[in-house]
Ligand binder design. Structure first.
Ligand code: DNO
Length: 426
């Protein structure tokens, strides 16, 4: 797998050189300063490419776009949706002209990834991101005060949420609000409570099926162009993979992916396989899902989660890459198998880009103030561990292949020898 690293651009406190020193082979980036729905000008793309090339002395290039955001207007098919589709096509065309062919996006209504704590302290002093269902309910019911919110939670969670809200001072309330509304890291957009309420209202009449259909309509518009340009679009799963704030989420499970992949059955459209997002549901078996989706996986996020409760929705904490509930070695094995299969089939995309997704804040991360979830050292540690797993699996395979080869050769020699055996001839 191609070992890539997310860089948010010049504002990112973790630099391209840091990525290089961590051993990354390529960069994942986006033009976060442009709002969803705006076209990406070729000049801005070229500028980002030049920044990466200059900072890495030509060693690294921008290989994957994450994300080319899909606007709310496209998701709800509001009046300006077709103008936004046109802008999306302009951006894809410019990216293809710049030589970038893998583009990740998501189709989550309103909020992107959602946590209730961005720096939850662990016993070691490290910090990590956490989603606590009771804290989220406290936000939904007591801070956002969404009409009907209480219906989304069990009485037990509502009791906990009430107690949590009652125990919060202003600072705690603001921290929770900030964590939930953090949205897309590095993005130009940040939500206010009023903005979220208004955005939620635009989904009032939109069922899950309608949102799924809007997703398919979006893909029907852009995938033919992606195909023509030789690009791969890949949808990131819902994070967390269940409905929040009464909004539909339709890319959370294997069945969700299979429905959309079948409806837009073209190799130019596939999945961003994110183990941390899928893994936050006890009924998502990441190894089985990776096997089922393998031929259509265009990009991989490797991250782990430890689930704290066992229903859907559940609470979870982001664990170290090889700890937690996702069988990370099992998933990597499936992905390496898929690469081997693609090589045999002569597919051009036989090397799948992966990135170590998120990382705990450890050592100097604790004072560096990087984007939540994107520290230098925590990610470097994750990448190093994952690289170790990949190397060990590949090494084992290479050894077995050599052994098989030798056995076949010896077998052939035996046969040749038997063929020339005088006793046999005589
Ligand atoms: C969180 C990320 C997501 C992801 C988008 C892709 O850290 O994994 O923000 O980039 O959902 O569209």
């Amino acid at each position: 797998m191609r070992q890539t690293w997310r860089w948010f651009g010049p504002e990112d406190r973790v630099t391209v050189r840091d990525a290089l020193q961590a051993g990354a082979q390529g960069i994942v980036s986006a033009l976060h300063h442009l709002p969803p729905g705006a076209p990406w000008p070729l000049d801005d793309i070229a500028k980002r490419q030049a920044q990466i090339a200059t900072a890495s002395g030509g060693a690294l290039a921008w290989e994957v776009v994450e994300s080319l955001p899909v606007s709310e207007a496209i998701k709800t098919q509001a009046s300006d949706w077709s103008a936004h589709i046109d802008a999306y096509k302009v951006s894809l065309t410019a990216l293809a002209a710049a030589g970038i062919s893998t583009v990740c996006y998501n189709f989550m209504p309103v909020l992107d990834w959602t946590r209730t704590s961005l720096r939850a302290e662990l016993p070691s002093g490290a910090t990590t991101m956490r989603f606590d269902l009771a804290a989220f309910a406290a936000f939904d019911v007591h801070i956002l005060k969404r009409p009907g919110a209480a219906e989304a939670y069990t009485p037990e969670i509502l009791d906990k949420a009430k107690a949590a809200a009652a125990g919060m001072d202003d600072a705690a309330r603001q921290a929770l609000e900030k964590a939930v509304l953090a949205g897309l890291p590095g993005s130009a957009e940040s939500w206010t409570l009023e903005g979220v309420r208004a955005a939620i209202d635009t989904y009032a009449a939109l069922s899950s099926d309608a949102l799924r259909q809007n997703h398919i309509d979006f893909l029907s518009e852009v995938v033919p162009l992606a195909e023509q340009l030789g690009m791969r679009l890949c949808c990131h799963p819902d994070d967390p993979p269940f409905a929040l704030l009464g909004l539909p989420r339709t890319m959370s499970t294997l069945a969700d992916y299979q429905t959309v992949l079948a409806a837009v059955d073209h190799p130019s459209f596939g999945a961003t396989f994110c183990t941390g997002s899928f893994g936050a549901r006890p009924d998502n078996d990441c190894v089985a899902m990776a096997k089922a989706l393998a031929p259509r996986i265009h990009f991989v996020h490797l991250r782990n989660v430890a689930r704290e409760t066992y229903r859907v929705p559940c609470s979870f904490v982001e664990s170290e890459h090889l700890a937690g509930d996702v069988d990370m070695v099992g998933v990597v094995e499936v992905l390496l198998d898929e690469e081997a299969r693609r090589r045999e089939q002569g597919r051009a995309d036989d090397t799948i880009p992966m990135r170590p997704d998120h990382g705990q804040d450890i050592l100097t991360d604790l004072i560096a103030g990087a984007q939540p979830g994107y520290p230098a050292v925590g990610r470097l540690k994750g990448l190093a561990e994952l690289r170790g797993v990949m190397a060990a699996i590949s090494h084992g395979r290479a050894k077995r292949a050599t052994k098989d080869h030798e056995q076949t050769r010896n077998g052939k020699q035996d046969q040749t020898f038997q063929g020339g055996n005088y006793e046999n001839i005589l």
